[in-house]
Design a protein around this ligand. Structure first.
Ligand SMILES: NC(=O)C1=CN([C@@H]2O[C@H](COP(=O)(O)OP(=O)(O)OC[C@H]3O[C@@H](n4cnc5c(N)ncnc54)[C@H](OP(=O)(O)O)[C@@H]3O)[C@@H](O)[C@H]2O)C=CC1
Ligand SMILES: O=C(O)C1=N[C@H](C(=O)O)C[C@H](O)C1
Length: 267
């Protein structure tokens, strides 16, 4: 079955990557490539979009795709969720830098529509999160710091993935991240049990994350590096294909990948 998709943020780094990935995927078809209403790109041909032109969100609703894939920016979140509702479509939200209110909005949206939120659509990162949860519980006394590096154009810090990994650390220790996060490291001594974050922004680094678990005398480092944005695009398409088959609800990549059940087989 072919799944029809509207790509939101279509002229951006990730939007373009998703359109390219769709072009080589016979099971997915792009029916709308959405840019902001005021963009001069509206009506212009989409590079690699086989006859598509850039369109507005209202045009995307009229196109009635089965699923929206959102790689725009957090400011567009409410409009994008509403548009997906109006179109009767599922929505995969991939933007990062969401406020606490926006995270709540996403979860509440899951009461009326099919929503999958992924701060990182790579399978490797989502597996890493499960491994980190396990490691932080086993090494319950370890000092844990999370570092991330991204390209110079990235707006938010720490990255959405770093926060996802922080949540995994906290979950592994039956804690809430908000109670143990030290935020981005600055002056001052490390407090016991804190999770600290550090961010690098430079040149064209696509995305790198390391979780350091350190005891006096030894340390464990779990690292993931992306060398091609196509990884994120492929993961987003996989999520979209999965989400159209689901009931109304709020989902994450771990639900789609069934990682917890797979890992439980190791126990
Ligand atoms: N989940 C994941 O795996 C990944 C998530 N991301 C996240 O995806 C988002 C996009 O990243 P990236 O592609 O690098 O960013 P870009 O800045 O390259 O692209 C963002 C796109 O969204 C458009 N846009 C901005 N505001 C609106 C709006 N209100 N309505 C419609 N379109 C809008 C921009 O258009 P214009 O240029 O006209 O402003 C631009 O085309 C970020 O939040 C990033 O952190 C990135 C990589 C992987
Ligand atoms: O902005 C990016 O580029 C990325 N953003 C996501 C994040 O904030 O974690 C995912 C990936 O690391 C690339």
């Amino acid at each position: 079955m072919t799944v029809t998709v509207a790509v939101l943020g279509a002229s951006g780094r990730m939007g373009q990557e998703v359109i390219t990935a769709i072009a080589s995927n016979s099971q997915v078809e792009c029916t709308a490539a959405v840019v902001r209403d005021s963009s001069s790109a509206v009506g212009e041909p989409v590079a690699g979009g086989s006859g598509l032109v850039y369109s507005t969100l209202a045009d995307a609703v009229k196109a009635r795709p089965q699923v929206f894939i959102d790689f725009s920016l957090p400011t567009a979140l409410s409009d994008n969720l509403q548009a997906a509702r109006d179109a009767g479509a599922a929505i995969v939200v991939c933007t990062t830098g969401l406020s606490t209110e926006q995270q709540q909005e996403l979860q509440q949206a899951g009461e009326q529509q099919r929503v999958l939120y992924a701060a990182n659509t790579s399978v490797g990162v989502n597996l890493l999160a499960e491994l980190v949860q396990l490691a932080s519980g086993v090494l319950a006394q370890a000092d844990i710091e999370i570092t991330e590096a991204h390209h110079r154009h990235k707006r938010d810090a720490p990255s959405g993935t770093a926060l996802l990994l922080g949540e995994a650390v906290a979950q592994g220790r039956q804690q809430q991240l908000a109670d143990v996060s030290a935020g981005i490291r600055g002056d001052g001594l490390r407090g016991d049990g804190e999770i600290g974050f550090a961010s690098i922004r430079a040149a064209d680094i696509i995305g790198e994350h390391t979780v350091l678990l350190a005891h006096p005398g030894e340390r464990l480092e779990l690292t993931h590096r992306v060398s091609n944005r196509n990884i994120f695009a492929k993961g987003a398409l996989q999520a979209a294909q999965w989400l159209v088959e689901q009931e109304t609800g709020y989902y994450q990549m771990r639900d789609m990948l069934n990682l917890q059940q797979l890992l439980s087989k190791l126990a």
